[in-house]
Structures are given as structure tokens and as C-alpha cells.
Design a protein around this ligand. Structure first.
Ligand SMILES: Cc1cc2nc3c(=O)[nH]c(=O)nc-3n(C[C@H](O)[C@H](O)[C@H](O)COP(=O)(O)OP(=O)(O)OC[C@H]3O[C@@H](n4cnc5c(N)ncnc54)[C@H](O)[C@@H]3O)c2cc1C
Length: 389
């Protein structure tokens, strides 16, 4: 099946030749280098590192990063969204999760880090040679970022970090970690960001196994036990990290919206393909009205997410950051994905219940996307706070 078309002509709003060519290159990458192997990789619990190198060569890590550090030297939210959407169609979201963990990490480095850090870290991450991860969530909680407990205490030319981070994507294989720690008093005004490198004394990682989904994505708990970080490796100003984390969440959430859009389309395409082949009561499933309605409903929700995402991308390209819309679109998109994955499973019947089928995997991957990067509950809450309520 070809990609799901959103209107009768199939032409996307805001499409340009450049955006179309970029989307095609990511689609080819997904079709040739990822999709055929996702089942094998998910069962193995990992995928080959060379995928990062291919992603780097395609420029998938370079949006918003200066050319002198190996970045693309420009940003375009439509291209970012196209990238995440196409990756979301690969059939195992653990791949884009681990591949793109650096994209939620390099933003604060580009925006706030010293020249020395940028020169040290960004070129290797842009090329895909080294991985970068973001450490915000702690065992005591991820939603209440302002209350995080990992502490960084100044000692001469160093900060000494003590505490722990959990559920960190790319945390075992990554080299560079942007870690949030408390340098000041309680609350959101006491948080700073630090660059910590794998192998730093007092820094250890432990894999989190047996996840419900995203099996091929490496996820880790990080431990900081008197881990000494040079003062020069602080990213941005002391005690100003909370705002940087919140700003960074916006583009992470846009990426998640686009990724679940891709995965929802995959569910729809799989459903249509199966419903055309499978016959019950003397005719293909697709000719039964109830199944047709499921397809219409999935398609309508996908169209709505796509249109919402397009309007958000347009506003971001115009220099606006529509925080409320991003939050609303995130929970709306993950709910749409939940619906599409559930109905796809239903259309497949028993065949969808078998491990390794795409719809079975999609169904297991719904929850992490409605929890990670800001849970549905937090997205609702934040959207209403943005209304001044
Ligand atoms: C596979 C995976 C990968 C991840 N990757 C990363 C990563 O790379 N970096 C990183 O920093 N984090 C990562 N996370 C963590 C993720 O961002 C958090 O799981 C998420 O922010 C929620 O935090 P929590 O799990 O601690 O839940 P909690 O904050 O403990 O919340 C538990 C539940 O209560 C709800 N809740 C909390 N507060 C409220 C409230 N005020 N009102 C109503 N409901 C509320 C939440 O929505 C949630 O449903 C990852 C998580 C997973 C599962």
C-alpha cells in the first residue's frame, strides 16, 4: 500500500520540492534500511549502530544546528515532522526512539552550551558516530520536573553530582548526556544542566530490560555517585535549566506527534490491506459496513492530527511557539494512535494477536508515547494553564 492520502489530490499543504525530496529520502531509508529488519532487531533487543551513521549522513540530526558543527545550518519544522512521521512508519518505534534521542539532546547544547562543548560534542553526534541522551526523569518522578532531586554541589572547579535518572533513552550506548540537576533551592529556579560523558568517574549506567515495547531501544537508569563534572561543562546559566528543559520539550513533542501520525497511518494501511484480503461471510472484510466505518474513523482521526500538526509546523516556522496547541495535539495524536492501533488489532482478529505482527507491536507501543515526553494528563494540565486558568 502507498502512503495514506489526506485529500483527494494527495498533495500535502505547505509541500515544497525540497520538503518532498527530504521526505522521500527518509522514506527510502526506512523502507530499505529499517523496515525489513525491525522484527529481528526488536526480538534481539538492539539494532546496529551503523544506522546512526546513515541517519547522520542523511542529515537527520542536523536541524537547527550550525553548519560549522556538522549541522544543516537551518531549521524547518515541516521537515522535522516529515522525518519523524516517516520514521514512525518503520513498524517498531524503538528504532526512531533510540535513533533520535540525540535530537532531544542537542537543542540545549546548540542554544546554550559554550563554544568548547559545541565543538567537542556536536560534530560527533551530527555524524552519528556518538550518541547523545537527555537525562531529566528520576526514579522519584518524571512529570514534576521542578521537584527533581539529583544534586550538583560546587567544589572548586567542579560540580559534584549525586542522584539518579531513569528511563533514559539511548542511556547504555550513548556517549554524551545532558543531565538536569539541582544547584539551588527547591523548585524550578534551582535547576541547572550539565554535560556528563560516559566513563566519567562516579557515573554508571544500568539497562532497563523487559519493557512492554520499544524492545530494540536501549533504555537505562543512570547513577551519579560523587560524579565530578568540570564547572565548564555546565550548559547555560546556573539555576536556569528548568526553562531550557521546558523549551526543549516543545520540539520533542512535535516529533512525537509526527511519529504517532506515521504509526497511525501504518495501522490504517495494514488494516486496509488485511481487510481487502480476508473474507468472512462470503465477502472481504472491507465490504462489511462495520469494518468500513472503522476505516473511516481511523482515517478521519489521522487527517485531524495531520492538519493540526501542519498548523503547528507553520506557526513554529513563523517564529511562534504554540505551547498550548503542541500539548493538545500531543494528547490528541496519542489518543488517535491508541484508537488506530486498537481497531487495527480488532480488524486482524486472532492474526493480530501473534507476536511479531506489525499491529501487535504498534498496540504495545501506544502507551509509551502517551507517557513519554509529557504524559497525557500533564499535557491536558499544561494546555489549560496556557489558557491562563
Ligand atoms: C521507554 C521510555 C523512554 C523514556 N525516555 C526518556 C528519556 O530519554 N529522558 C528522560 O528524561 N525521560 C524519559 N522517559 C521518562 C518519561 O518522560 C516519564 O516516564 C514521564 O515524564 C512520566 O514520568 P513518570 O513515569 O515518573 O510518571 P509520574 O510522574 O510518576 O506520573 C505517574 C502518572 O501520574 C500522572 N500524573 C502525574 N502528575 C499528575 C497530576 N498533577 N495530575 C494528574 N495526573 C498526574 C502521570 O500522567 C502518569 O500517568 C522515558 C520513559 C519511557 C517509559
Amino acid at each position: 500500500m502507498g502512503p495514506h492520502k489526506t485529500n483527494s489530490s494527495g498533495k500535502k499543504p505547505f509541500e515544497t520540492e525540497e520538503r518532498g525530496a527530504f521526505r522521500d529520502s527518509v522514506r527510502r531509508f526506512v523502507e530499505q534500511d529499517i523496515k525489513p529488519y525491525v522484527d529481528e532487531w526488536d526480538e534481539a533487543g538492539e539494532f546496529p549502530w551503523k544506522l546512526h551513521l546513515t541517519a547522520g549522513a542523511l542529515g537527520l540530526y542536523g536541524f537547527g544546528i550550525d553548519e560549522k558543527y556538522g549541522g544543516l545550518g537551518f531549521d524547518d519544522c515541516f521537515m522535522r515532522a516529515a522525518m519523524s512521521e516517516e520514521l514512525g512508519r518503520c513498524g517498531a518505534n524503538g528504532v526512531p526512539a533510540s535513533l533520535a534521542s540525540c535530537n532531544i539532546t542537542t537543542g540545549p547544547i546548540q542554544a546554550l552550551a559554550s563554544e568548547a562543548i559545541k565543538e567537542r560534542v556536536l560534530p560527533e553526534v551530527m555524524s552519528g558516530a556518538k550518541g547523545a541522551c537527555l537525562g531529566v526523569t528520576e526514579p522519584s518522578g518524571g512529570s514534576d520536573v521542578a521537584n527533581l532531586k539529583t544534586r550538583a554541589t560546587r567544589d572548586g572547579d567542579y560540580y559534584v553530582l549525586n542522584g539518579s535518572k531513569t528511563f533514559i533513552t539511548g542511556g547504555m550506548n550513548g556517549t554524551y548526556f545532558v543531565v538536569a540537576a539541582r544547584t539551588g533551592g527547591e523548585g524550578l529556579r534551582g535547576i541547572s544542566l550539565f554535560l556528563v560523558e560516559k566513563g566519567a568517574p562516579g557515573f554508571t549506567q544500568e539497562a532497563i530490560d523487559r519493557k512492554m515495547g520499544w524492545w530494540c531501544s536501549d533504555t537505562a537508569t543512570l547513577f551519579f555517585d560523587d560524579c565530578r563534572v568540570p564547572v565548564s561543562d555546565m550548559i547555560g546559566e546556573e539555576n536556569r535549566g528548568f526553562l531550557a528543559i521546558m523549551n526543549n520539550f516543545n520540539l520533542e513533542r512535535v516529533a512525537i506527534i509526527a511519529q504517532v501520525l506515521g504509526s497511525s497511518k501504518l495501522c490504517l494501511e495494514e488494516s486496509i490491506g488485511y481487510a481487502q484480503e480476508r473474507e468472512t461471510f462470503g465477502k472481504p472484510l472491507v465490504k462489511h459496513q462495520v469494518i468500513r466505518h472503522k476505516i473511516a474513523e481511523m482515517s478521519a482521526r489521522i487527517d485531524a492530527v495531520e492538519a493540526y500538526l501542519d498548523s503547528i509546523c507553520w506557526r513554529i516556522n513563523e517564529g511562534d511557539m504554540p505551547v498550548a496547541e503542541i500539548c493538545k495535539a500531543k494528547f490528541f495524536a496519542t489518543k488517535a494512535f491508541e484508537y488506530c492501533a486498537g481497531e487495527a488489532m480488532q480488524i486482524f482478529g486472532g492474526a493480530g494477536y501473534v507476536r511479531g505482527t506489525l499491529v501487535e507491536r504498534m498496540y504495545r507501543e501506544v502507551k509509551v508515547l502517551s507517557i513519554g515526553g509529557g504524559s497525557e494528563e500533564i499535557m491536558h494540565d499544561l494546555a489549560v494553564s496556557q489558557m491562563g486558568l
